[in-house]
Design a protein around this ligand. Structure first.
Ligand code: SF4
Ligand code: SF4
Length: 230
């Protein structure tokens, strides 16, 4: 029927005219309801950023920039300043999607207009407490490493002592035959380096220790054979 579409449209308008629901939001007195994934202002978490530069390379509008410096102790790059020039941002979300540490995210803040252009820029400076936190973390890591090294050293000394004290019993853990164990004991007693290496492998990798022990024995037996022939 001619005019059917027009009548349908008028009917919808008529229906909504009597609805009680308030469709108009009286902004700015009343703030609109924003959806969870609404992209307002781009924001940055300084502590999470690893200064990889992926976001800067991927931004199509050159919105992002950063300043870095070389850390004297670790010789690694550290972030000093990160800038978001929001006036050029088109809220495409590429930087947020590509950031490996989730340092970038959108907030619901959409009131971004400023009187001066420069005020639209978001400049994040390195927080002084970040260096303190990193220094504390480094000291703690060093302490943990020292404790682990001490423990390893103690275990190694204990294993060497045990082999020295009772080679037949201890070396039986990596070789089966009594004769093989005796040959291995002779090899290790004659060479401190081999002894330390075998002790370390017996602590860290028993399967490897078994293979190396067998190799030591075979080599020694071959040499003995050669010596016997001459
Ligand atoms: S949202 Fe898009 S335009 Fe805006 S900073 Fe990220 S990549 Fe650039
Ligand atoms: S991609 Fe993420 S971690 Fe890398 S520089 Fe950008 S904000 Fe920092």
């Amino acid at each position: 029927m001619y005019g059917k579409g027009l009548l349908k449209g008028l009917w919808i308008t008529f229906k909504h005219s009597f609805e009680k629901k308030d469709l108009v939001v009286r902004y700015p007195e009343q703030m609109p309801h924003l959806q969870e994934r609404f992209r307002g202002s781009l924001a940055f978490d300084f502590e999470k950023c690893i200064a990889c530069g992926i976001c800067i390379r991927n931004c199509p509008n050159n919105v992002l920039s950063m300043e870095t410096a070389k850390d004297e102790d670790s010789k690694k790059k550290k972030l000093m300043q990160y800038t978001i020039d929001l006036q050029y941002c088109m809220f495409c979300n590429l930087c947020v999607e590509d950031c490996p540490t989730n340092s970038l995210y959108f907030t619901h803040d959409f009131e971004l207009s400023q009187f001066h252009r420069d005020d639209i820029k978001r400049v994040y400076h390195r927080p002084p407490e970040l260096d303190q936190q990193e220094a504390a973390q480094k000291t703690s890591d060093q302490d943990t490493q020292t404790a682990a090294d001490d423990k390893k050293e103690k275990q190694l000394r204990a294993m060497i002592n045990a082999i020295n004290k009772n080679p037949q019993k201890v070396l039986a853990r990596v070789l089966d035959g009594e004769e093989q164990v005796e040959v291995l004991a002779a090899v290790l007693m004659a060479d401190e380096k081999k002894l330390a290496r075998m002790a370390e492998m017996m602590i860290t990798d028993k399967e490897k220790a078994k293979k190396v022990a067998l190799a030591f024995v075979k080599k020694e037996l071959k040499e003995r054979e050669k010596g016997g022939d001459q």
